[in-house]
Write a protein that binds this ligand. Structure first.
Ligand code: UD1
Length: 415
């Protein structure tokens, strides 16, 4: 198991380019099943989660080839509709094959993804949507068995705007007879990217990015090529890292509108933000004010940036309040931040962060992906050295995080 040794105190400076989005790539790779042919996907990051999704496609019988940041996936000869426990346990997003396998083959069997570090994360809305389209669903012995004679367009109202449920329903609905309308759909940019890819395959979808998505079903789709949008969470993590170290960094290959809620908060607490076409420059004196944050579905403040923002607010002047509304157990970084000297108390879904003058290095553990990112940022600002264990969580979502931050002046060693 790898760990990071981080010597804090260096200000981040320079220019850094963001990779393609992990959370946009994962459903797009799954959607390539619908093409029944070759898809070429550009700007695919080198991440463990992408390898896991490639492995999922390969166990189904697809061929996946990487050429740099391009993935070439051929799904013509898929011969299996089942994903077993091993791959489902590695990554929850493996469940994104439900919709496309059902759409193309009218059957799919996956092992239940189970709980996860940040909360129970049920799949009831995915299954409710697929049932409404005409699927027969059987949950037994830890497996979800989905079959349909025919998929028929219908109206589906999501109780909460779940990203994964919206994606799975979309990918099944493109092959349903007639029109499907998804109400209270998730509005995340990754859903828009999936819509664009599906439309390149020949689907007829309108409305992604709003809460009402309309799909006109079709009988067959075809090969396509697509370039994935930039990763707004990777970008946001650089921005917060720059702010916490009192640095000056230009982050390129970003879509600034995707980061509006974060940029508004950074400006509010006194960090200088300059937005260009596809770049954001951020400069920080290292002094910033406290604020209150509530995580919300897009375009609200992203839950995947909550831990990193909490790391920043541990050093703010005054007391901040964070309310996590998306996941029930997303404060595991709190006890580790406390080890670094942060003053945080948690009451239910609310965290109260009393700003301190400095953090000091300690041994900490990354318990999930974004918690790991938060610890890395805190360690960059802390005095002395910090050791972060559990780096495999960080590798799931950040490509060579230590190298990229080291090019900006950080001192991170992987051992
Ligand atoms: C996706 C992202 C993840 C991000 C999350 C919220 C990917 C691969 N992952 O995860 O990084 O943190 O969106 O923006 O894109 N829920 C239900 N029933 C369901 C489905 C979800 O109750 O059937 C609840 C969840 O428990 C959670 C909320 O809905 O409280 C949001 O989850 P969801 O949007 O589905 O997240 P994911 O798609 O799993």
């Amino acid at each position: 198991m790898a760990k990071f040794i981080i010597t804090g105190g260096n200000r981040l400076k320079g220019t850094i380019t963001v990779n393609g989005s992990k959370n946009a790539t994962l459903p797009i790779l799954a959607a390539s099943i619908l093409a029944a042919g070759e898809c070429i996907i550009h700007e695919v990051p080198y991440l463990q989660d992408i390898t896991t999704m490639s492995n999922v496609l390969e166990t189904l019988g697809a061929k996946v080839k990487r050429e740099g940041t391009t993935l070439i996936i051929n799904t013509r000869d898929i011969y299996s509709w089942e994903v077993g426990e091993n791959l489902m346990r590695q990554m929850r997003a493996s469940n994104l094959v439900l919709g496309p396998l059902l759409g193309r083959f009218k059957q799919v069997k996956i092992s239940y993804p189970g709980g996860c570090n940040i909360g129970s994360r049920p799949m009831n809305l995915h299954l409710k949507g697929l049932r409404a389209l005409g699927a027969d669903i059987n949950e037994r012995y830890g497996y979800i068995n989905v079959k349909a004679k025919d998929l028929k367009g219908t109206e589906i109202h999501l109780d909460v705007p779940s990203v994964g449920a919206t994606e799975n329903i979309l990918m099944a609905a493109v092959m349903a007879k007639g029109v499907t309308i998804i109400r209270n759909a998730a509005r995340e940019p990754e859903i828009v990217d999936l819509q664009n890819f599906l439309n390149y395959l020949g689907a007829k979808i309108r409305g992604a990015g709003t809460s009402l998505i309309k799909v006109e079903g079709t009988t067959s789709l075809h090969e396509a090529e697509h370039t994935v949008i930039p990763d707004r969470i990777e970008a946001g993590t650089y921005l917060i890292g720059t702010a916490i170290t009192g640095g000056d960094v230009t982050v390129t290959n970003v879509i600034p509108e995707h980061l509006e809620s974060l940029l508004a908060k950074l400006k509010e607490i006194g960090v200088k933000v300059e937005v260009k076409d596809e770049a954001i420059n951020i400069s920080s004196t290292g002094c910033f004010k406290a604020t209150n944050i509530k995580t919300m579905p897009y375009p609200g403040f992203h839950t995947d940036l909550q831990p990193q923002m909490m790391a920043l607010l541990t050093l703010a002047q005054g007391t901040s309040v964070i309310t996590e509304t998306i996941f029930e157990n997303r404060y595991q970084h709190v006890s580790e931040l406390r080890r670094l000297g942060a003053e945080i108390t948690v009451e239910g879904q609310t965290a109260i962060i009393k700003g301190v003058k400095k953090l000091s290095g300690a041994s900490v553990e990354a318990t999930d992906l974004r918690a790991g990112a938060a610890l890395l940022l805190a360690a960059l600002a802390a005095e002395n050295s910090t050791v972060i264990e559990g780096v495999e969580h960080i590798d799931r979502g950040y490509e060579q995080m230590e190298n990229k931050y080291n090019t900006l002046g950080a001192n991170i060693i992987r051992v």
